[in-house]
Design a protein around this ligand. Structure first.
Ligand code: FAD
Length: 441
């Protein structure tokens, strides 16, 4: 018996934010019972449904997360249970000594410009979810039989979108991209993808590794206007930053040597351009952009505009969390209201629902460990009933909980269904996963 064995914690969300809290609890409160609750039968959040299908190495972090569950009897995965729909926060706080909200930030930010509700405008969460088989977005149905698509942003998510739109079935054969998405991308008449960045090459929000991939696509050329690329780094930049930025500029320089139209598709990287209106009738027919400049670190519009005809727009401009009943929410920043991760007595926040949609998988680790320190320090009073009480509640409500063993059955079905050399053929609906599981039992 450890001093924590009568304690229990519910973590809501099994993405990186939640999984690092679980790992931290295993170290800092050994013996404490941990339930990781997720609204989907499939665990690990954006590792499965966000990270690009052609970045399988990155997705492999899920093996470490799985180990935290399979190697510890006091950790359970409670899948297919949604906070707000199946259980309330009040119910969880009555059952567990602490509740950690780690349910991510999956709602796309709006551009806030006229025309953005037209057919053919998609947020990146929806678009990425579509090609990643996320049950919420499998029916998105973007029409790719078009000439031109515009991608707003030049962060890594924007690059993911432009790259996946440019890949061939051969390049994607080792991935788990949704069949329906790969078929549409391959059959598409799409020729040009414009990526628009508000700022300049020195402020590009992507990482060099992602940018470099744009130069080695089998059937797409990436082009950029070389005259916009600086020969030298600014004096006021520190040495570390200079190194990082120089690598990006070097990659952009090599991309600037390519010519549009050399391959089936062309990705045009356009700096200093901000969208001001989506044009067309019910459906997108173009995008009006304003030229910008960066002065004293600030991006300002110049008043000069230009139009690019296009039939689809994907906005990659960040996202916000869901406001769930009973949870204090900051409407302006789109995150749960908290102080250093403390939301209310016994309630904490971690991951993107706490910090907003920024940073890498690793950023969540440091942050989740820090929140767990507070949580463990706050343990006090009489221990609450713990996981058995959740089981009673889910049984009373006739909810089908997907345990980690159940998930392993679903996972095996996906692996068996995949044609070589793809790692898995994902279910794209919750019903499909549950039916597959029930049939395999
Ligand atoms: C398109 C995309 C690509 C990315 N690629 C990379 C990359 O290559 N490398 C990298 O380092 N980082 C990448 N990131 C960033 C990384 O994915 C995030 O840092 C990380 O996933 C955030 O973790 P999270 O746990 O806060 O949220 P999420 O990963 O979104 O997890 C939230 C979890 O909560 C669950 N949930 C939601 N609502 C409820 C509810 N009501 N009840 C119960 N459960 C709920 C969800 O099902 C989900 O499992 C990418 C992000 C995006 C959007």
């Amino acid at each position: 018996m450890s001093e924590f064995s009568d304690r229990s914690v519910a973590i809501v969300g099994s993405g990186p934010g939640g999984m690092y809290v679980a790992q931290a609890l295993l170290e800092k409160a050994p013996g404490c019972r941990i339930d990781i609750i997720d609204r989907l039968p499939s665990p690990f959040g954006l590792i499965r449904g966000g990270v690009a299908p052609d970045h399988q190495k990155t997705k492999r972090v899920d093996q470490k997360y799985a180990q935290s569950i399979t190697e510890n009897d006091n950790v359970r995965y409670v899948g297919n249970i949604s906070l707000g729909r199946d259980v309330s926060l009040d119910e969880l706080t009555a059952i567990y000594d602490a509740v950690v909200l780690a349910y991510g930030a999956p709602y796309d930010n709006k551009l806030g410009i006229p025309g953005e509700d037209k057919k053919g405008v998609f947020g990146s969460n929806a678009f990425v979810g579509w090609y990643n088989c996320h049950p919420d977005f499998k029916d998105l149905g973007p029409n790719l039989n078009i000439g031109t698509a515009a991608v707003i942003g030049i962060g890594n998510v924007a690059i993911d979108v432009a790259r996946v739109l440019s890949r061939t079935p051969a390049e994607m054969s080792t991935t788990d991209i949704a069949d329906y998405a790969m078929n549409d991308i391959d059959a598409a008449s799409l020729k040009d993808v414009y990526m628009f960045a508000r700022r300049g090459p020195l402020e590009a929000a992507c990482t060099n590794n992602e940018l470099k991939e744009m130069g080695v696509l089998e059937a797409a050329t990436t082009v950029v206007d070389g005259s916009l690329l600086p020969d030298e780094m600014p004096d006021d930049m520190d040495d570390r930053e200079k190194k990082v930025r120089q690598r990006i500029i070097d990659t952009l320089k090599s991309l600037s040597e390519a010519k549009p139209g050399e391959k089936r598709r062309t990705v045009h990287i356009e700096f200093y351009a901000s969208p001001i209106e989506i044009l067309g009738g019910d459906t997108v027919e173009g995008i009006r952009m304003e030229r910008t400049k960066v002065e004293g670190g600030r991006c300002i519009g110049t008043g000069e505009t230009f139009d690019i005809p296009c039939e689809m727009v994907v906005t990659c401009i960040g996202s916000r969390a869901e406001a769930i009943e009973g949870i204090p929410f900051n409407e302006r920043s789109g995150i749960v209201e908290h102080e250093e991760g403390r939301v209310a007595p016994g309630v904490y926040a971690a991951g993107w629902v706490k910090r907003g949609a920024t940073g890498t998988i690793g950023t969540n680790r440091l942050d989740s460990y820090a929140v767990t320190d507070l949580l463990v320090a706050d343990f006090g009073g009489n221990a609450k009933p713990g996981p058995d009480a959740l089981d009673t509640l889910t049984q009373e409500r006739n909810l089908q909980v997907v345990s980690f063993d159940d998930w392993l059955v679903i996972k095996e079905l996906e692996e068996k269904a995949a044609p070589e050399p793809s790692p898995r053929k994902k279910f794209s609906t919750v019903e499909g996963m549950i039916e597959g599981l029930n049939a395999a039992r």
